[in-house]
Every structure is written in C-alpha cells, then in structure tokens.
Design a protein around this ligand. Structure first.
Ligand code: ACO
Length: 271
C-alpha cells in the first residue's frame, strides 16, 4: 500500500476508506492532499466494491487550505495557481467519476470545497450535529471552482442561494430536510450506520451499482425518448460486462421461487 501524508487509505476485503488526514487543520485541502487524493482514487478505481470517504478528528473537511492553497499559490505565481487548480480538478473529478458507490461519512465540518467533496459522493450519512456550510461569501468570494455545481446538484434553488448568499452553516439534521444528506444519526451511531449501508451495497452487483449512478447522472438532462434509448444501449454494455449473470442467478432464482426481489431481498448466494 502506498504511503500518504495528507490522507489515509485502507482497503479491507473489498471496501476502501479514504480519510482526509490533516486533523490539526480540520482536514483542509492543500495541494499535497489533492495530489494524494487524485492518486489514491486512480489506484482504487478497480479495486473496491464500495468507497467510504471521511475525515480524521472532528472535521470531515474544512475546504481549501487558506494558507497553502490560496496564499502560497498566489505568492508562487500564476503557474503555481494553475497547477493547484489542476490538482483540485483531477481529485474532485476522479471522486465524481469513481465507478464504485461512494459514501460520505460526515463526521464534522464540511465547508466550501469540503461540502463539494461530500456532495460528489453518491450517498451521505452524517452525524446529526456535524455542520456544513458554504462560507465563501463570508470572506468575500462567490462559491465557485465546482462548488456551485455541487450545490446546484444537491439543493433546490431557494436553499442554494440562501446558503451561498448568507454563508450560514447548517447541521446534518437540517441537511436531511433539504435532501443534501441521506440520513443523520447520533455521533455514536455513525460508524455502525455507515457499516450497515456498506454491507448492504456489497450484496449488490458492482456493475449494476456503477451503471445505476451512471444512468442517473446522464439521463437527468435528457428527454424521455432519448433516455429510453440510452438506458437500453448502456444496459446491454452492462449485461455484457456481467456475463449475463443476472439471467442465471437473479431471474432464474425468482422463477424457481427462491427469493422475492420486490420485497427487498437479494438473490441467493450459491457459493
Ligand atoms: N485552511 C487552513 N487552515 C484551516 C482551515 C482552512 N480552510 N480551516 C481550519 N484551519 C485550521 C485553523 O487555522 C487552525 O489552525 P492553527 O491551530 O494552526 O491556528 C486549525 O485548523 C483549527 O481551526 P480553528 O479555527 O482553531 O477551529 P475552530 O473549531 O475554532 O473553528 C472552523 C473551526 C469553523 C472550521 C474554522 O477553522 C473555519 O472557519 N475555517 C475556515 C473554513 C472555511 O471557510 N472553508 C472554506 C474554504 S473556501 C473553499 O473551500 C472554496
């Protein structure tokens, strides 16, 4: 396993965990963290069935590092700023495009770019008192660099403009009301709830999970006839990758009366 200094990466069975690991700086993203995050996501993409993203200490991620991203890059000149932005885009795009389901375990502050990292994950479970926020306006800029896209894809217009214009933080419990977080639980239950969700996802076919997310993100902008064609064509690609296993196990398991998928049951594991 590669040694990192600003993140921690572990893989147990087929579950990966990427932990932002600068707790003394509330896990703020400096160029090193972004480079390591991009590298790790590239290395893990074919390795894991589910990826959990979380933070060390009492923060999930406090956004871009004020000293090492904004100040230091400016002092080093335009090319350094461009390089820092390249590392930022690479890391966040790799998170968004990660093939396996990504679950944000929101253990504490998720601010600015940290909010973006949380929202680019497919699912998010938070500790109910953990706070999120779009604080950019509080120090004089508009939420940008991908953050507004992530806000627009997790909040309705009223909430998006309210929180990006006021910079008020809000709790994970409030974020559930807005549909930003799937579920908020007491801090003591966070690990157990995320582990339970991860176990549930591990029962599902990895290609079916990948294509579910992929379909959603593509078809949401299409009209229905176009989406119908797209899903049919992409579905054949998925079935080819799976070796048509859904027919041998999923469909025939039901026709042989062995399980009830409509009642939330997974097809029986014959191994
Ligand atoms: N960049 C650099 N250092 C940071 C950041 C950050 N984004 N956030 C926290 N830190 C550092 C603090 O400077 C402090 O370091 P120090 O001990 O060396 O002085 C340490 O983390 C602990 O932070 P405190 O401020 O002492 O902790 P507190 O619990 O009082 O407050 C809070 C936490 C609310 C997160 C506060 O640190 C804060 O407002 N941080 C800025 C977060 C932010 O606005 N992020 C958005 C950035 S913009 C963007 O992402 C596009």
């Amino acid at each position: 396993m590669v040694e990192y200094s600003a993140i921690d990466v572990s893989v147990e069975d087929d579950v990966g965990t990427l932990t932002f690991d600068r707790p003394e700086k509330k896990n703020a993203m400096n160029p090193r963290l972004l480079e390591e995050m991009g590298d790790a996501l590239g290395d893990l993409r074919d390795e894991v069935h589910v990826l959990v993203v979380t933070g060390a200490g009492d923060a999930f991620n406090a956004g871009m590092d004020f000293d090492e991203y904004f100040e230091a890059a400016r002092a080093a000149g335009p090319l350094a700023v461009r390089e820092a932005n390249r590392l930022h885009k690479r890391a966040l795009v790799r998170l968004y495009e990660f093939p396996a389901p990504t679950v944000a375990k929101v253990n504490g502050w998720a601010l600015g770019g940290g909010y973006m990292a949380m929202s680019l994950c497919d699912l998010a479970i938070g500790s109910e008192d953990a706070k999120l926020g779009l604080s950019e306006i509080n120090f004089g800029i508009a939420a940008g660099g991908g953050t507004m896209w992530s806000v627009a894809h997790t909040m309705n217009r009223r909430d998006a403009l309210y929180y990006t214009m006021t910079g008020e933080p809000f709790t994970c419990a409030e974020a559930v009301e807005m549909g930003v977080i799937n579920e908020a639980v007491p801090a003591s239950e966070l690990d157990g709830r995320v582990d339970g969700l991860v176990d549930r996802l591990r029962q599902k076919d990895r290609f079916a999970l990948e294509y579910t997310r992929h379909y959603y993100d593509k078809v949401v902008e299409m009209d229905f006839p176009e989406a119908h064609d797209y899903e049919l064509a992409k579905g054949e690609e998925m079935k080819y990758l799976q070796g048509y296993e859904f027919l041998d196990r999923g469909v025939s398991g039901f026709t042989q009366d062995r399980y009830r998928p409509g009642a939330g049951e997974d097809y029986p594991d014959d191994e």
